[in-house]
Design a protein. Structure first.
Length: 719
C-alpha cells in the first residue's frame, strides 16, 4: 500500500479468522488508505486457504465514522469506496462487522455489506448524511430499507439521528450485542456461522421492500416528515427518491445506480458545501486560537445554579443530561418548588414523546438537588448564576459565591449582555470568572456563547468550552463586548425589519420573505413571541426618546398590543393559539407613523427585504470580526444557525456572503446607502476582503465544482 494515502487497515489473524482493523484516528473515516486497505486485505483473506471467516472492526472509539468529509471538493487518491464495498459483499468467506463504537454514514454502509453485524452495548449506528446535505451514497438507501423496512429506514435517514445498540438490535440493523469482549464474542459468533452453506446478503432481502410496493403512505409520510423538519433542504427529497427506487425497482443494481445519480446531485448542490462548512465550523469554533490545545481542564464533578427560573432550570437540566450532579438554589422556597416542577414536567414531556425512558428520567432527576442555602454550594466545581439581568444583583451574588465556594471553583454568569469584567471585579478570582450565555429554552437551544473576560484564564475557558461540548452545545467564544456576537448582529437585522415596516412593507410580507429565505421565524413573529413591551418599558424607565425604528412597536404597546402575551401585537392571536393572523387594524398606525416622520410608503420587493436584513448581519459581522470579538467568521455562522434560526443549508450569514461574493455584497449595500448612508457604510474589513480575497477569513471561496466529479470518481467509480 502506498504511504501517501491517509489512514490504514491493520491485518491480523486469530486461528482461522482474519481480523481487519480500520485505523485512521481519531474516528476512522474511510479515507484513501482505508479504502485501499479494505480492498487489499479482503483479497488477502480470501486468497489464504487457512482463513474461513473475516471480522471487520475499528481501532479506538469508533468503528468507521463514514466517508472522509475533508475529501469532499478535493481530488482524493486511492481506490473508490464502491469497489471496496463490493469486494466485501462478494467475499467468498463470511464477513462479520464487529461494531466497536460509532458506525455512521459510510461506516454503517460498510457494515451493511457484511453478512453479519454485532455491536458492543455502546455502539451507535446511523446514516446522518442528511446533516451534511447528502444522502447515504454507498448503498445505504438501498440496503437499509431491505433490512428494517422502508418506513423505518426513511425516518432514520431523514432525521439523521443515530440509534443506540439496543434500538439497532430491536429494529434489526444489527444481529447481536456483545456484553463482554467484542472480539471474543465476534469470533464465537462467526465460528458458528462458518459451516453454513449460505451467508445472508442484505441486497438479497426483498420481503420488506416488496411489502411496501403499492403502499403510497410510506413515501407520503416521509415527504410530510421532510417538509416539517427539513424545510428548504435538498437532500431529503433525494433520499425519498432513492427509497422509492428501492421499493419499485426489481433489480437492486438499478436502485444503486439511481442512488449514485441522486448522490452526485446532492454533492453538486451548494447546500452540501454550506452544511459541511457548518460541520467543520462547529469543530473549529470549539477551539480557542490562543489557548494551547493541551491546556489542562479543571475537573468538573459537580455544579451549582443560582436561580430556579426558566433559565436556571434549563441550565440545570443541561448539567444533569451531561451526567454532572447539580444543585439548584433559590432563596424563595415557592420559586424553587415551581422551578423543580417545571424541570420534572420538561423531562416527563420527553418521556411521553418517546425521547427518553422512565429510567433515564429517574437518573437525571436524581442528579438535580434543590437547595435554599448558599452553604450547600461550598463544594461545587462550577457555579452558574442565572438570575435576571441586573448588574448590582449579579455582583452581589458573585461576592457571595466567591466567599462560599472553594477557591478552585469556576464562577459563570448567564448573561445576554452585562459586562463580565464588572462582574468579575466583585470577586477575588477574576481568572475563574466567565460568561455563559445560554439561549432560551436553555435545555433545547444548542447555542452557548462563552464570554471571555479580560482576566478569564486559559484553564477556565478551555474547561467551560469542554463542558459545553459535553452538554451537546455548539459553544462559541465571544469577547466581553456589548451584545456579544449574536445580539449585536441581531440589532441591525431587526432595525432593518422595522425600517422596512415604516417604509411600506407589512409584517406578514417581511416575515414571509425571510421565512422563504429559510429563517425559521420572521422578525415580527419573533418580536411578538418575545414581547414588544420589553423594549418599550426599558425606554420608559430610562426616560429615553423612542428611536425612529421603534416608533411603531412603541405605538402598538401604547394600545396594549404587547405580542402573544396579550393575544395581539403585530399580529392577532386566537385564544390559546400561537398562529399569527394578520392585524389589518394596525395598518392605520403604520401609515400614521410613516406620515409623521415624512416617510413615503412604497411597494417593497421581497428581494430588498432579504438583502437589507441579511446584509445588515453580514456588515455587523465584519465589524465584530475586525474587532476580534469573534475569533473567526465561521463562528458567527455557528451562532446564527444555532441561536437565531438561520437556515443551516445556507451555511450562516458570513458563508452566505462568501457565496454571493463580497464585491456583490458591497454593490448591494451601496444600492441602499441613500436610505441611510451611515448604516450602509461597509465595514473596513469587508471592503478590504472584497478587494483582496473576496471571502471572509478562513472560509474558502466557493468551490470549483469540477473537483466534485473527481470525488465521485474516487468514491463511486464502481457504480
Ligand atoms: C458519508 O459517509 C457519505 C457516504 O454515505 C457516501 C460516500 C460515497 N471525515 O466530532 P469530533 C473529524 S458522509 C473526516 O470532534 P466526537 C472532526 O472534524 C459522512 N473527519 O469527535 C474532528 O477533527 P478535528 C457521514 C471527520 O467524538 C475529529 O474527527 N458521517 C469525520 O465528538 C473528531 O471529531 C458523519 O456525518 C469524517 N467523517 O464525535 C459522521 N468525522 O479534531 C460525522 C469526524 O481536527 N462525524 N471527523 O476537529 C461525527 O458525527 C462525529 O465526529 C463522531 C465523533 C460522532 C463520529
Amino acid at each position: 500500500m502506498t504511504n501517501e494515502l491517509k489512514g490504514k487497515v491493520n491485518y491480523s489473524t486469530s486461528g482461522n479468522i482474519a481480523i481487519l482493523e480500520v485505523d485512521n484516528p481519531p474516528v476512522n473515516p474511510l479515507s484513501s488508505g482505508v479504502r485501499a486497505g479494505l480492498s487489499e486485505y479482503i483479497t488477502k483473506a480470501n486468497e489464504d486457504d487457512s482463513i474461513e471467516g473475516i471480522i471487520l472492526t475499528g481501532a479506538g472509539r469508533s468503528f468507521i465514522a463514514g466517508a472522509d468529509i475533508s475529501e469532499f471538493g478535493q481530488t482524493p487518491d486511492g481506490p473508490d469506496l464502491h469497489t471496496a464495498l463490493k469486494e466485501i459483499e462478494y467475499s467468498k468467506k463470511p464477513v462479520l462487522a464487529a461494531i466497536n463504537g460509532t458506525a455512521l454514514g459510510g461506516g454503517l454502509e460498510t457494515a451493511l455489506v457484511c453478512n453479519y453485524r454485532m455491536g458492543t452495548n455502546k455502539a451507535i449506528v446511523g446514516l446522518p448524511e442528511v446533516n451534511l446535505g447528502l444522502l447515504p451514497g454507498a448503498g445505504g438507501t438501498q440496503r437499509l430499507p431491505r433490512l428494517i423496512g422502508p418506513s423505518q429506514a426513511l425516518k432514520m435517514m431523514i432525521a439523521g439521528t443515530p440509534l443506540s445498540a439496543k434500538k439497532a438490535l430491536q429494529q434489526g440493523v444489527i444481529d447481536a450485542i456483545s456484553e463482554n469482549s467484542l472480539m471474543d464474542d465476534a469470533i464465537v459468533f462467526l465460528q458458528e456461522k462458518i459451516g453454513s452453506e449460505v451467508h445472508p446478503k442484505v441486497r438479497d432481502k426483498n420481503e420488506k421492500v416488496l411489502e411496501a410496493r403499492g403502499d403510497d403512505n410510506v413515501l407520503a409520510e416521509a415527504k410530510a416528515l421532510a417538509a416539517k423538519t427539513r424545510r428548504g433542504q435538498f437532500a431529503p427529497g433525494q433520499i425519498i427518491a432513492c427509497v422509492e427506487a428501492a421499493i419499485n425497482e426489481d433489480d437492486f443494481d438499478i436502485g444503486m445506480k439511481k442512488e449514485s445519480e441522486y448522490f452526485l446531485e446532492c454533492l453538486m448542490n451548494p447546500q452540501r458545501e454550506a452544511m459541511i462548512h457548518i460541520f467543520f465550523g462547529e469543530r473549529a469554533a470549539s477551539k480557542i486560537s490562543d489557548v494551547p490545545k493541551d491546556t489542562p481542564l479543571l475537573p468538573i464533578g459537580s455544579a451549582g445554579i443560582v436561580g430556579s427560573g426558566t433559565m436556571g432550570g434549563g441550565i440545570a437540566m443541561n448539567f444533569a443530561n451531561a451526567g454532572i450532579p447539580v444543585l439548584i438554589l433559590d432563596q424563595d422556597e415557592k420559586n424553587l418548588e415551581r422551578g423543580m416542577g417545571v424541570i420534572e414536567k420538561n423531562y416527563q414531556m420527553m418521556v411521553d414523546r418517546g425521547r427518553m425512558s422512565q429510567e433515564q428520567k429517574d437518573v437525571v432527576m436524581g442528579l438535580i438537588t434543590p437547595t435554599l442555602s448558599y452553604e450547600d454550594l461550598s463544594n461545587v466545581d462550577i457555579a452558574v448564576e442565572a438570575v435576571y439581568e441586573n448588574l448590582d444583583l449579579k455582583q452581589e451574588i458573585f461576592k457571595t459565591l466567591d466567599t462560599v465556594t472553594n477557591d478552585h471553583a469556576i464562577l459563570a454568569s448567564n448573561t445576554s449582555g452585562l459586562d463580565i469584567d464588572a462582574i468579575a471585579a466583585s470577586t477575588n478570582r477574576p481568572g475563574k470568572v466567565v460568561g455563559t450565555h445560554f439561549f432560551s429554552p436553555a435545555n433545547v437551544m444548542r447555542l452557548l456563547e462563552v464570554v471571555r473576560g479580560k482576566d478569564s484564564s486559559d484553564e477556565t475557558m478551555a474547561t467551560v468550552m469542554s463542558i459545553g461540548k459535553k452538554m451537546g452545545k455548539a459553544a462559541v467564544v465571544s469577547l466581553n463586548a456589548p451584545g456579544f456576537i449574536g445580539n449585536r448582529m441581531l440589532a441591525g437585522y431587526t432595525h432593518q425589519a422595522n425600517m422596512l415596516l415604516l417604509e411600506g412593507a407589512l409584517p406578514n410580507q417581511i416575515d414571509s420573505a425571510l421565512e422563504s429565505f429559510g429563517m425559521s421565524m420572521g422578525p415580527f413573529r419573533m418580536l411578538d413571541l418575545v414581547g414588544l413591551d420589553l423594549g418599550w418599558r426599558a425606554r420608559k424607565l430610562a426616560d429615553m426618546e423612542t428611536p425612529l425604528a421603534n416608533k411603531i412597536s412603541d405605538a402598538l404597546c401604547e394600545q396594549d398590543r404587547f405580542g402573544q402575551k396579550t393575544s395581539k401585537g403585530f399580529y392577532n392571536y386566537s385564544e390559546g393559539s400561537r398562529a399569527p393572523n394578520p392585524a389589518p387594524e394596525n395598518e392605520a398606525i403604520y401609515k400614521e407613523i410613516s406620515d409623521q416622520n415624512n416617510i413615503e410608503r412604497r411597494e417593497i420587493s421581497d428581494q430588498e427585504i432579504i438583502d437589507r436584513c441579511i446584509l445588515a448581519l453580514v456588515n455587523e459581522g465584519a465589524r465584530i470580526l475586525e474587532e476580534g470579538v469573534a475569533q473567526r467568521s465561521g463562528d458567527m455562522d455557528i451562532v446564527y444557525i444555532n441561536g437565531y434560526g438561520f437556515p443551516i443549508w445556507r451555511g450562516g450569514p458570513m458563508f452566505y456572503a462568501n457565496q454571493l461574493g463580497l464585491s456583490e455584497v458591497i454593490n448591494k449595500m451601496s444600492n441602499f446607502s441613500e436610505l441611510d448612508k451611515n448604516f450602509w457604510e461597509p465595514a473596513p474589513l469587508l471592503k478590504k476582503l472584497a478587494d483582496e480575497s473576496g471571502a471572509f477569513g478562513e472560509a474558502p471561496a466557493p468551490e470549483d465544482r469540477s473537483e466534485l466529479l473527481s470525488f465521485k470518481m474516487a468514491n463511486m467509480g464502481g457504480v
